[in-house]
Design a protein around this ligand. Structure first.
Ligand code: DQA
Length: 144
């Protein structure tokens, strides 16, 4: 079974309480539930969230040969060379996810340390950013 890691960074455990105009209304558990429903048995989905950079790096190191990685590093998108370096070692399809339209927000959010090593970025669609990324992987499998 093809493994797919859905990795979420700091403060995403607080979804539901964060500004709704950027992040929508769903909790992370609800987003993960929608992903499980949309999966239709295509992938072995693994979910991991941490507020700690080191834990996120360790989880990536354990996922080098996964079929795909859906990663929302949250604030670490803009700061973490360590997460970038760990992600770069992963051989699977790497998709960058953001709930908000990160490219159109404050200037500091336009610093992006993972964009160039990801195959595609899904942003600005709240929970649908994750769902569209999962669909993207499903299409790859369907067409293979
Ligand atoms: C985010 C955007 C980041 O700039 C921010 O720090 C987050 C979430 C998003 O999903 O829109 O925490 O990655």
């Amino acid at each position: 079974m093809r493994k797919v890691l859905i990795l979420n960074g700091p403060n995403l455990n607080m979804l539901g309480k964060r500004p709704k105009e950027h992040y929508g209304t769903l909790t992370l558990a609800e987003i993960n539930q929608r992903l499980m429903e949309a999966n239709e048995g295509y992938f072995d989905l693994e979910f991991f969230q941490s507020n700690s950079e080191g834990e996120l790096i360790t989880r990536l190191q354990q996922s080098m040969d996964y079929f795909g990685i859906l990663i929302n590093p949250a604030s670490y998108t803009h700061t973490s060379i360590g997460i970038r370096d760990a992600l770069e070692m992963c051989n699977g399809i790497k998709l960058e996810i953001h709930l908000s339209k990160v490219d159109e927000r404050e200037a500091f959010r336009r610093v992006n340390l993972i964009r160039d090593i990801c195959e595609k970025c899904f942003q600005g669609k709240h929970e649908n950013s994750y769902l569209e990324a999962l669909n993207y992987l499903k299409e790859i499998v369907k067409n293979s």
